[in-house]
Design a protein around this ligand. Structure first.
Ligand code: ASP
Length: 432
């Protein structure tokens, strides 16, 4: 019997941790270092996933929106409102969990003293500061300006997903307002592209265990765990907060919509593990769509609309992380955490998590925006670079799982049965 994909990926992750640690960045055979091999294979895998994104996003949104637009004029509006409402609610809940945990654990304070001075700045700080300096509140406004692209080809080429999504929604909507024979052919075309992209995804996923192995081995080989020690409390706070969100908040929401949290989590495992390994929600998107349709039984009408939007704008793990990181740094620098400061952090974490791209380390830029707003030097972000990659993997897994929870909940609210509904087995047997 063939082993299930999520087991294959899980084994690949465990092996990668072991072997990556053993080889490090130096070990080599015949002059070729293992590390270079990891980088080579990992890059090919990520490239293959990224290659799928643009045609998949455009076709899935056009299929989703035009499908909704066809059935009734209000379909798009209804689904849009539900999606945005869900995303706003779950991100806000995630930030509150982060806020609670960071106040409870106070990772930035040790024996009543801010830990800032005790933490040495990481070497790569200088380059980071260069990258983020000049950021400010106007970047939050930019997020919304970027939503309307001047040139969609350029937006696609530069991976500006928000612009691409906005255009696709408009296209899908107005497609239903033209003569029927034209709109029918456009629909057939979009559907054909969509189905083909899913097949390509399936093909790429056959290599997932190898790709995932290479990506994780690369991270483990290049990240010295000893460097984690001064940040251990911060690390634990973030991981615990993410766990609380996944194990408490999502199950409550899912149960409200009649979805079995256990079944849904199991169904989504391949996507969650891939998100963990790639640290990119965008790169994982093809698999998120494929998995939710095949394993959770959500229709392409719902997933095609909710998921591409979610991969770009809904990042619960990221929002939570931004909140914990900004407040940790404020604690570490001994800044007074007044209610208004905390409120600023919450609000900015919510807004910037919308604009953060679904690529590795994207939230570091958002964190510097928050730091500037609460009066901390941008250099402070250097303190958390050491743990960033591993925490990025964790928060991306939560981001992707959060999108899938939204899709399945919205599907249920649209009267879709889905395979992960709590009532599903019962319904099956009662039919038999
Ligand atoms: N890597 C995250 C994602 O792709 C974004 C971030 O938090 O940096 O979802």
């Amino acid at each position: 019997m063939k082993m299930k994909l999520h087991w294959q990926i899980l084994i690949a992750i465990l092996l990668a941790i072991l072997i990556g640690k053993m080889t490090g960045t130096e070990a080599a055979i015949a002059g070729v270092s293992f590390y270079d091999v990891y980088v080579f294979i990992g890059t090919i895998f990520i490239n293959a996933l990224k290659m799928i994104i643009v045609p998949l996003i455009v076709s899935s949104i056009i299929v989703g929106v035009s499908g909704l637009g066809k059935e009734s004029g209000q379909g798009v509006g209804r689904m849009g409102a539900k999606t945005i409402g869900f995303y706003a609610f779950s991100s806000f809940a995630a930030i509150l969990v982060g806020l609670l945990m960071v106040n409870l654990f106070q990772p930035g304070i040790k024996e009543g003293e801010p830990v800032g001075k005790a933490l040495a700045l990481h070497e790569s700080t200088a380059s980071m500061v260069e990258k983020v300096s000049g950021r400010g509140l106007s970047d939050v406004a930019d997020i919304f300006i970027r939503m309307i692209p001047t040139n969609i080809v350029q937006a696609a080429a530069e991976g500006q997903m928000l612009g691409l999504i906005f255009f696709s929604i408009l296209f899908g909507f107005f497609m239903t307002r033209i003569e029927k024979h034209f709109s029918d052919s456009l629909y057939q075309l979009a559907m054909g592209v969509y189905e083909t992209m899913l097949k390509i995804t399936l093909f790429v996923m056959r290599f997932a265990p190898i790709g995932v192995f290479a990506l994780v081995a690369k991270t483990v080989a290049s990240t010295g765990f000893s460097a984690f020690m001064p940040l251990l409390w911060f690390f634990i706070t973030v991981v615990l907060a993410l766990l609380v969100h996944v194990a408490v908040v999502y199950p409550l929401i899912l149960m409200y919509f009649g979805v079995s949290p256990k079944k849904h989590f199991k169904a989504m495992l391949p996507a969650i593990l891939t998100a963990f390994s790639t640290a990119s929600s965008s790169a994982t998107l093809p698999l998120t769509i494929e998995t939710i349709e095949k394993n959770a039984g959500v229709s392409s009408r719902t997933s095609g609309f909710v998921l591409p939007l979610g991969a770009t704008v809904n990042m619960d793990g990221t929002a939570l992380y931004e909140c914990v990181a900004a407040l940790f740094l404020a604690q570490a620098y001994g800044i007074e955490l007044s209610v208004s400061t905390q409120f600023t952090v919450v609000l900015l974490a919510l807004l910037t998590s919308i604009g953060v791209a679904g690529v590795p380390a994207a939230s570091l830029v958002a964190i510097t925006i928050i730091l500037t707003a609460i009066g901390l030097p941008v250099e402070a972000v250097g303190l958390i670079l050491v743990t960033d990659r591993v925490l990025d993997m964790c928060r991306t897994a939560v981001n992707v799982y959060g999108d899938s929870c939204a899709a399945v909940s919205i599907a249920r609210s649209e009267d879709e049965d889905t395979l992960v509904a709590r009532s599903h087995r019962w319904q099956k047997t009662s039919e038999e």
